[in-house]
Design a binder for this molecule. Structure first.
Ligand code: KG4
Ligand code: ZN
Length: 347
């Protein structure tokens, strides 16, 4: 059968952590389908992602999810021009499921294979509504596993300016939610609790790592929340059970504000240093409405104002649209992988 359109259709596959995702995207921007099988329920009782459980769930879901993405897009294998997969960074035993599926389909269907860096894909999700980068541009990718600042030359060329030296910002949200006994996953729970809280109620630390640093550190604030709830050096009793809703809300709002202050300050520093005209924001934590609002205010009040591109909310957390979208740039540049492609934990 013939291909039915001139568009470049790419099937994207994402299994780097706890979402099994597949999507078909045409010409890098037109989302024809996006399917995500979330494993939240499986990991909930452990308070975090258990790699072995994630891997097993990916194995169960990967083919149904791909089949559904193809069906929702109304395409057959004849309409697909390439298969893209996130192969790094992430949990190796989770990544390997997507990589194996992608290699198998590439071989059986006779389609080119494209390897995608998951963090670059998060960056690309901020580019879904825009073709052109206005240079210089800086990007903050803020997720459960990473907190990175980039100087962006193109969607395929990101120069790392700074990253976290300990916990990622999303990880801090998740850990603080556990301390406050809020439901998993922690980021959205903290955001919800914070809505009714006073962000100035408690002065949690803002770790800046010196006046020039573009790196981040979030383990101190997590410990500060822990000590606030359990007493210095964990010697006191856990006060969380006896706190009322307002007290929990105040801790959540104060914590959230402290994290956002740091993310904002470091991004502003990077933007000033590079003379950025454009600021991009992506990754799971970028779904946070307060963070989005404050980034909007920061870019508007810069002199001259900077253009802000934020990933649409459904494409902040892990998804395969961002994988297929970024793969379009690699497809055009003929940057293909071969069947020796392996997953890598870092990258
Ligand atoms: O990008 P992502 O789905 O996975 C990784 O690549 O790590 O990010 C997941 C992270 C989790 O830590 C989650 O708590 C956080 O993003 N997150 C949020 C929100 N939604 C998700 N953090 C703050 N506010 C949110 N609304
Ligand atoms: Zn991610």
């Amino acid at each position: 059968m013939q291909k039915r359109s001139n568009s470049i259709n790419i099937l994207g596959i994402e299994t780097s952590c706890d979402e099994t995702a597949a999507a078909v995207v045409a010409d890098g921007r037109l989302v024809k389908s996006s399917i995500i099988a979330s494993q939240t329920k499986l990991h909930e009782k452990y308070g975090g992602v258990v790699p072995e459980i994630a891997s097993r769930a990916h194995i169960e879901k990967i083919y149904p999810v791909i089949a559904e993405a193809m069906a929702q897009a109304g395409v057959t294998k004849n309409d697909i021009d390439a298969i893209a997969v996130a192969n790094q960074p992430g949990l190796t035993i989770a990544l390997v499921v997507g990589v194996t599926a992608a290699k198998t389909l590439s071989f059986v269907w006779g389609k080119p294979l494209i390897a995608i860096n998951h963090l670059y894909a998060h960056f690309q999700s901020a580019m879904l509504s825009e073709d052109e980068l206005q240079l210089p541009a800086v990007a903050l990718i803020v997720s459960g596993g990473h907190t990175c600042l980039y100087d962006c030359q193109s969607p395929l060329e990101l120069k790392l300016l700074g990253s976290t030296i300990d916990d990622a910002a999303g990880e801090a949200f998740d850990k603080v939610a556990t301390i406050l006994k809020l439901p998993y996953p922690g980021g959205p729970s903290i955001e919800k609790a914070a809505e009714k809280g006073n962000p100035d109620a408690i002065k949690f630390p803002r770790t800046m790592l010196g006046p020039q640093s573009l790196d981040f550190s979030f383990s101190g604030i997590k410990t500060a929340v822990l000590y606030y709830c359990r007493g210095q050096d964990m010697k006191g009793e856990d006060k969380v059970d006896s706190m009322n809703r307002q007290q929990i809300a105040d801790i959540a709002a104060s914590f959230q504000k402290a994290v956002i202050d740091v993310l904002l300050k470091k991004t502003q520093r990077a933007a000033e240093r590079t003379g950025a005209k454009m600021v991009l924001l992506g990754g799971g934590v970028a779904a946070n409405s307060e963070l989005r609002k404050r980034f909007g205010q920061m870019c508007e009040s810069a002199t001259p104002p900077q253009k802000l591109l934020v990933a649409p909310k459904p494409y902040c957390t892990d998804n395969a649209v961002m994988v297929a979208s970024l793969a379009y740039h690699k497809y055009k540049a003929k940057l293909f992988a071969d069947l020796t492609l392996e997953p890598a934990a870092t990258g």
